[in-house]
Structures are given as C-alpha cells and as structure tokens.
Design a protein around this ligand. Structure first.
Ligand code: SF4
Length: 364
C-alpha cells in the first residue's frame, strides 16, 4: 500500500470504503474544483453517513420501490439469455446481431474482489478483440483513475461487441412515454453512460486498440408507455464525454490536498468531524444540492459566512475576489471603499445597482 493510500485509509478510519460508481463520477464533474469532495471521495468516505451524522441529511437516493422496480426490469431484459434485448437490438435498432456468446463477469470463481474482476474483464475483452471471445459482457468491472486514485466501476450495463465496435448498453427503469422520456433522467443516464464509455475506451487503449473502437453512441433500454415492455434508443454521449474528460483532468490532485492536512486528522464519525471537514476547502454552489451528499452542510457553512458562493458559480466568477455578500453590497452602495484590486469589480457592482434601481422605478 502506498503512503497516500495508507493516509487516505486513516482519514476514513474504521468505516468501510465506499466505491465510486458512474453516478458519483458523473456528479464529481459538476464541481471539479471542490477539494473537500475530491478528498472525501478519494478516501472512500461515506458522505451520506457523514451528512446524517452532522445533522444535514441529503434529500436524494433512490427509494426502495424504485430500486426493486429497476432490478425487476433489468432481470426481465436479461431473462432467457437476453432474449428481449436481442429482439430490441435487431428489430428496433436494426442492428445485424449475429449469434451471440454471453460472458458474465460479476465474479471470478465465487470471488467478487474488484481487482480480480477487473483483470477478468480485461482478459475477456482482449480475447474478444482477438476475435476469439464473447460478444456480450454482463457486468464488466471497469476502472478509471480519479484524482490519481483508481476507482472501480460496477456498471449495471453491458458491453456489446458488434463488428469492430463495442457499445455500452445501459438499462434504466424510467419510462419512455409516447417516444419521450424525462429529459433530466435521460441527461443523467447519458452522463453515467459516458463514464462507462470513457473507462472502456481507456481499457481498450491499454490493450493496444484505438479509443474509437468504443462507440460514442450508447444504447439506452427503458420500459415503454407504462408497461414493462422494453424499448431501446441510441444516445449520443460525445458532449458528455468531452465534459467528463476535461473535468477529470482538472480535479485537484489528492496528494497535494492530503499533504496540507495535519497528520492526525480523520473524518471518522465523532466529535471532531465537523471541524475536520471545515479544514478542507470547499467550493459550494447551488448545483451541489442535486449532486453531493454534503450539500446542506456546505450550504449552511456558506450561509454562516455570507459567502458569494451561495449565488452560484457564474456570479462567484463575476465577482471574483469579493468573498462575501456583505462586501459585494458595501461595494455596490459605496459604503465600503474598494481595495486597489476591487476597483474594477466595485464599478461593475455600482453600475448593476444603478440599473436595478432604474428597472424597479420603471416597474413602480
Ligand atoms: S456540497 Fe460541499 S463537498 Fe460537496 S461538492 Fe459542494 S462544496 Fe464540495
């Protein structure tokens, strides 16, 4: 174990490590500059448990009903040797699917260990690339490096090889009604699928094949029209792929963050937890509420100091160098003299205040 891995283990304490999945990686890209989140995720800390312990539970997470419905739908699609799936691929998407050999990759001789399963996935794909293996891979275990740390991805998806292309297939239980699905759920599925495409591309590149051997079109399978009948559609994830690649490369490197922390610091549930978390810099933004379990803790912290972070990333960037709302308001109404580096932003804030007052006069 490296020094960094050992230090991350100590930060987590006795709690079991929480693995990344595509949802957490996709969410990570919504606030890549947040060192707090990057560090806690790299250490495998259960942020949901931390938020609950601190009295700021996150409002998201799937209901048991939704999870049961999702599992039942996935089972239906996979039953009878994936019969419904192959019918969809042939009849709905017009793919010339030949006789298919299926390989399940969710264990290695009864062992579910991540490294073993990833090695098995790698071997299975290498055989397929040599033209000598299966064409459908159920539960491949992929890997991505996040902030210098390997993260294993446990997809509920399939990798499907057709000709010289691999396709990621994602099975979701939200409905397509009259040809339309909830755009937010489709967008979330596209972001998650893009994480799998990226991880699969990196694996194929390691195996000496071009990244383009994995299609940028993923196949989304969902129930249709309030029935449990599956429908399938191609979703182009090129945009999501480039966002995720760019954001992942910008996530702060964890070793720099760890080096700045006191040696004895830990995120174990206990008396010192809140102050340990506050010791790591955060970049709160309103979007955190839909993407990070610590959102209400960080929002409370930002409120307590009246941070301009509360107004969102665009406003925070617009008023760069002005840390608090009180300072922004003081500069805007002239009650606060700007420092030399605040002169320009102070002029903009005064103009904004004037324009707002004129607009309100016009309404009155
Ligand atoms: S909620 Fe807090 S820890 Fe999570 S991304 Fe936002 S600022 Fe970072």
């Amino acid at each position: 174990m490296t020094d960094l891995a050992a230090r991350l283990d100590r930060l987590r304490g006795d709690a079991p490590a929480r693995n990344h999945d595509a949802r957490t990686i996709a969410a990570l890209t919504t606030n890549p500059g947040c060192g707090r989140r990057g560090l806690m995720d790299a250490a495998g800390i259960d942020k949901d448990a931390v938020a609950r312990y601190l009295g700021f539970p996150a409002p998201f997470g799937q209901s048991q009903f939704a999870i049961a419905r999702g599992n039942a739908f996935e089972k239906q699609v996979k039953d009878d040797g994936f019969a419904e799936l192959f019918t969809l691929l042939r009849e709905r998407l017009g793919l010339p699917v030949p006789q298919v050999a299926i390989e399940s990759l969710d264990e290695v001789g009864g062992n579910h260990g991540s490294e073993l399963r990833h090695a098995q996935t790698r071997r299975a794909l290498a055989r397929a690339l040599a033209g000598d293996g299966s064409t459908l891979f159920d539960h491949p275990l992929l890997r991505l490096d996040i902030a210098g740390q390997p993260a294993y991805l446990e997809p509920d998806v399939l990798a499907f090889r057709l000709g010289d292309k691999f396709y990621v297939i994602e099975i979701k239980s939200f409905a397509i009604i009259d040809g339309q699905a909830d755009p937010e759920q489709v967008a979330a599925a596209a972001r998650q699928s893009a994480v799998y495409v990226l991880a699969l591309r990196r694996l194929l590149t390691q195996l000496g094949h071009p990244a383009t051997a994995v299609s940028h079109e993923v196949i989304l399978v969902c129930p249709e029209n309030f029935s449990n009948q599956p429908a399938a559609a191609f979703v182009d994830v090129r945009k999501q792929l480039s966002v995720i690649e760019r954001q992942l490369s910008r996530i702060s490197r964890i070793d720099d963050l760890v080096a700045a922390l006191p040696e004895e610091m830990t995120f174990e549930l206990g008396d010192g937890l809140a102050s340990a978390i506050r010791a790591v810099e955060a970049r709160y933004a309103p979007d955190c509420v839909s993407s990070c379990e610590l959102a209400f803790f960080c929002r409370d912290e930002a409120r307590a100091c009246g941070s301009t972070d509360l107004l969102g990333i665009a406003v925070r960037d617009d008023v760069g160098g002005v840390e608090t709302l009180a300072t922004a308001l003081g500069l805007a109404d002239g009650s606060l003299a700007p420092s030399p580096e605040q002169v320009e932003i102070a002029a903009k804030l005064r103009l904004a205040r004037l324009l707002r007052a004129q607009a309100l006069e016009g309404v009155a």
